[in-house]
Design a protein around this ligand. Structure first.
Ligand code: GLP
Length: 249
């Protein structure tokens, strides 16, 4: 794993946006795997800025998001669909038919999961997968004990994950209990993974994921198996690492 440490969450986000922009410039029809969550806000803000000020072009790329809550409509302000539109898609020249998220209101959730996997494969697989990390080590919504070969499926959200995301909802009770997420196997199939984690609250889990044993208890540790994975951290999220050999930019 390549580990890059930046002084702040803002500069770490910009580093990730820069990696994505370089990949897009090299391959304009790139298939991007995207993530939601507060950590990603500086990344999308910087990509939007690059689009406006540096003509970064999204016209030919395609995106697949990692996950979506079950039971929320795409226009529900608490959905990941809404987050992605408001933060990113609405502000760049990506074709609306080229952005994909699982449909949390699908009449057959099973069929929705199977079709999502099929569509990713049909479009050539994910070229660059952006990832955040949950406090319990989840990637996407792959909670502890997710199998390494898991694919897109319906999952139950853990109490910690629901609490972590409660600030987006009027009360903890209203945080959905289930979600659709791509699997660990789906993520490991991406040609490149870029994990971004920022803030002191992530320091412990980042160290477990990167330096701890490969274990399904920490879903993100599966990335140790990936041949082309970059981890971008701010100083706070890197503060728990025992091995201090990393690129400081
Ligand atoms: C959420 C998402 C993940 C995200 C993670 C971290 O629940 N499903 O894709 O990476 O948890 O969120 P945040 O960036 O808000 O800490």
């Amino acid at each position: 794993m390549e580990i890059i440490v930046q002084p702040t969450a803002q500069t770490a986000g910009c580093t990730v946006a820069e990696l994505m922009a370089q990949a897009l410039a090299a391959q304009p029809e790139l298939v991007l795997g995207l993530a939601s969550g507060r950590t990603m806000e500086p990344v999308y803000d910087e990509l939007v800025r690059m689009h406006r000020e540096e003509a970064l072009d999204f016209a030919r790329c395609r995106t697949f998001n990692l996950d979506e809550y079950i039971g929320l409509a795409a226009d529900d302000p608490r959905s990941f669909h809404y987050f992605m539109r408001r933060r990113f898609f609405d502000h760049v020249n990506i074709q609306s038919g080229h952005t994909h998220l699982p449909d949390g209101l699908a009449s057959s959730l099973q069929a929705e999961c199977e079709n999502y996997e099929k569509l990713i494969a049909e479009k050539g697989g994910i070229g660059l997968q952006l990832l955040g990390i949950g406090l319990n080590g989840h990637v996407g919504f792959n909670e502890p004990q997710s199998p390494l070969d898991s694919r897109t499926r319906v999952v139950e959200l853990s109490p910690l994950t629901r609490a972590q995301n409660a600030s987006f909802f009027p009360s903890l009770e209203e945080v959905p209990r289930r979600a659709i997420t791509v699997g660990i196997g789906t993520i490991l199939d991406a040609r490149r993974c870029v994990l971004l984690a920022t803030g002191l609250s992530k320091a412990k889990i980042v160290s477990k994921a990167i330096e701890g044993p490969l274990t399904t208890v920490v879903a993100a540790s599966a990335l140790q198996l990936h041949p082309n994975c970059t981890v971008v951290l701010d100083e706070a999220a890197a503060s728990g690492l025992r091995n201090k050999i990393f690129t400081r930019k």
